[in-house]
Design a protein around this ligand. Structure first.
Ligand code: GDP
Ligand code: MG
Length: 306
């Protein structure tokens, strides 16, 4: 064979983009992580944990799937941050070959309906993933539920999954691959995202804020990486600022004797080390920027510009 001839296109290889859409807290990020096999996208029991679109790449022998995890589409948020989050989710629809709508088993809410309407209006083919089936004791009860929600809605396939237990993920992956265009891979096989390590490190700190702070406070916080240095010994030195909206919140994040901040830092460091596969030295500060979540300039500075 002539070395300089272009490689023949592989008719069996598929590649394309898939948006994971759904209302907050249905398990989109857990599903993304299960599908790609890394804890890339942060997860917590609180709604609106994900604030950005995140690309997660799964490379298989017969195809490459570019998953776009999105913030949950959310009705009624009035702050500038909420508007930007909804926009980020809807933008994902413009640029994908296929959509997976995720819902919770046995629940169909007005927000699920709003998500479906946005997908239907986009004209993109859509698979339905009914998640958290592990939490349903009587599986027979799912049959009438499936019949009810799929009536009159043109899903290209319906899948029962438990993202947390990674049940049913192979079947949905196969269905996704079948529906992607024949195309060569666009990312190297060891790439799992297009996001920078700075971004991923900030997200791991934010995950701990979502998990370790009370009900309201996480929504008043964001994380900015100020320092990111690769040392000669292979360790990374990361300095991150936790921004809050009021002085009183700063004291709560730090906690008595600095205990709370220490726990946040330790858990975040371990998560960053697992994701990066190397040792990390993480330093955290807490600073106040009044009302940052409703301040357009602050939102751009903190990376909410997608
Ligand atoms: P997102 O907001 O849609 O991205 O949802 P997350 O992935 O952050 O998950 C929200 C919550 O649902 C977390 O507490 C997850 O652990 C939980 N969760 C996700 N998938 C499952 C599942 O398959 N079964 C159960 N029981 N819980 C799940
Ligand atoms: Mg999420």
């Amino acid at each position: 064979m002539n070395d300089t001839a272009p490689e023949p296109a592989d008719k069996n290889h598929r590649c394309g983009r898939v948006a994971l859409l759904g209302r907050p807290n249905v398990g989109k990020s857990t599903l993304l992580n299960g599908l790609i096999g890394y804890r890339l996208s942060i997860v917590s029991p609180k709604p609106q944990t994900t604030r950005h679109r995140i690309l997660g790449i799964a490379t298989r022998p017969d195809g490459q799937i570019l998953y776009v995890d999105t913030p949950g589409l959310h009705i009624g948020g009035r702050r500038a941050l909420n508007r930007r989050i909804n926009r980020a989710a809807l933008h994902a629809l413009d640029e994908v070959d296929l959509v997976v709508q995720i819902i919770e088993a046995r629940r169909w809410t007005d927000e699920d309906e709003a998500v479906w309407k946005a997908i239907a209006a986009s004209g993109r083919p859509c698979l339905l993933a009914i998640n958290k089936v592990d939490a349903v004791k009587n599986k027979d009860a799912l049959l009438p539920f499936i019949a009810e929600i799929t009536a009159g809605r043109t899903y290209a396939g319906v899948f029962l999954v438990s993202a947390r237990r990674r049940d049913g993920l192979d079947a949905i992956e196969r269905a996704i691959l079948e529906r992607l265009p024949v195309a060569p891979a666009v990312h190297a096989e060891d790439e799992i995202t297009d996001r920078s390590e700075r971004f991923l490190a900030a997200e791991q700190v934010r995950e701990q804020l979502m998990r370790q702070l009370g009900q309201e406070l996480p929504y008043a916080t964001t994380v900015e990486i100020e320092q990111f240095v690769e040392r000669d010994d292979g360790m990374s030195e990361i300095g991150a600022v936790i921004w809050v909206e009021r002085t009183g919140q700063k004291a709560i994040v730090i906690g008595a004797g600095g205990e709370r901040l220490k726990e946040i830092g330790t858990a975040a460091r371990l998560a960053i080390e697992r994701l990066f596969g190397r040792r990390v030295f993480l330093r955290l500060w807490v600073r106040v920027r009044e009302n940052w979540s409703d301040d357009e300039a602050a939102l751009v500075r903190f990376g909410y510009d997608d």
